[in-house]
Design a protein around this ligand. Structure first.
Ligand SMILES: Nc1ncnc2c1ncn2[C@@H]1O[C@H](COP(=O)(O)OP(=O)(O)OP(=O)(O)O)[C@@H](O)[C@H]1O
Length: 324
């Protein structure tokens, strides 16, 4: 049986005139990186605030480690809210120490751990500067460090990548995966779908206050494949198209590829050989697929054949517009 660190059971939350969460249930496997996705105003932050006991659900309950979530559990949770507050006039190191002490670390232990993290994030030289001198990204690094420093079992990050340049966003992804590898369970909300594919193993998509899609990322992407396959080959495109007539629908050919993909195809061509070409086809079912492979194999030199798995971005858009 799967081991869940957190279970959200039939949670609803109503504000005057608005239902922010409507009968939402989800299970967060221990040791997973779990993405909470959804359009603006869907209810993600409300759910995160309920998990942190900042607000209470009107209906339903949250189980933490098999028991109803209690106030003592909050010490086992690290939360990085979207609205981040540091005291501007305080010095960076002093402030980080202040928060670490609040989380129950001794001064000596806090200093030891902070040194490690400040070096890792390349901000050691900022220890004695004032918070107001930090750039947005640097302030976010400090907030991130303070959130994870007491090594909580559950980490919750609201939009952790917003405000980071691509290099720092990558650094953060690596750190999130590292925390997971060391045993933490991570929940984060985001609109950044590429980060979801790179970091999350499970997701829930909340739309208009309801959970409309939950599960393992790989499984969701495979399940929502649209029977699109890409063939790479060398040979006569017209002959291939004739051989495939009636077996599938051609939806794109090498010439239709976006420039960067075409460049990859060109790069793959070997000296002296004709260029590698590609064709993307839609097939009706597995039987049709076998026919397509056989016909292509007889007509051209087939180099690869792969299903085109939809991106989380495509799935997000299709789920929210109701076409999934
Ligand atoms: N304290 C509150 N009082 C009244 N309405 C609220 C309150 N908090 C949230 N809401 C409403 O609940 C809905 C969900 O808000 P929530 O902040 O959870 O969305 P979200 O999915 O986090 O959105 P975003 O991606 O924009 O951050 C919104 O319509 C919001 O206006």
């Amino acid at each position: 049986m799967e081991d869940f660190l957190l279970r959200v059971e039939h949670v609803s939350k109503h504000y005057s005139g608005h239902t922010a969460l409507d009968d939402v249930s989800l299970d967060i496997p221990r040791g997973s990186v779990y993405g909470l996705l959804g359009p603006n105003g869907a209810g993600k932050t409300t759910l995160i605030r309920i998990i942190n006991r900042i607000t209470a659900p009107d209906e339903g309950r949250v189980l933490f480690d098999g028991r109803p979530l209690a106030s003592a559990d909050v010490q086992r949770i690290g939360y990085l809210p979207e609205e981040r507050g540091l005291y501007k006039k305080m010095k960076v190191g002093e402030q980080a120490l202040f928060f670490a002490r609040l989380k129950g670390l001794s001064r000596a232990e806090a200093v030891r751990r902070l040194r490690v993290w400040f070096d890792r994030f390349d901000i050691a030289s900022w220890w004695n500067r004032r918070v107001e001198e930090l750039s947005k990204g640097m302030a976010q690094k400090v907030q991130f460090i303070v959130t994870v420093l007491h090594e909580p079992e559950l980490l919750i990050f609201d939009e952790p990548f917003s405000g980071f340049d691509p290099i720092n966003a990558n650094l953060l992804k690596e750190e999130i995966l590292g925390l997971r590898d060391r045993g933490a369970t991570v929940i984060f909300s985001t609109h950044n779908m590429s980060s979801v594919e790179e970091v999350c193993d499970h997701i829930t998509l909340i739309d208009r206050s309801r959970n409309i899609l939950s599960g393992a990322v790989d499984e969701i992407r495979r399940r929502h494949g649209q029977n699109l396959f890409r063939l790479e080959y060398r040979g006569d495109e017209a002959a291939l198209r004739r051989a495939l007539t009636g077996r599938c629908e051609v939806v794109a050919s090498g010439g239709d590829l976006p420039a960067e993909e075409a460049a990859v195809v060109l790069h793959a061509s070997t000296e002296g050989l004709p260029e590698l070409q590609s064709l993307t086809v839609h097939v009706a079912d597995d039987a049709a697929l076998r026919g397509v492979i056989a016909a292509a194999n007889e007509t051209v030199a087939l180099r690869s054949f792969a299903e085109q798995i939809p991106s989380m971005n495509d799935i997000f858009i299709r789920a929210v517009d109701g076409s999934l």
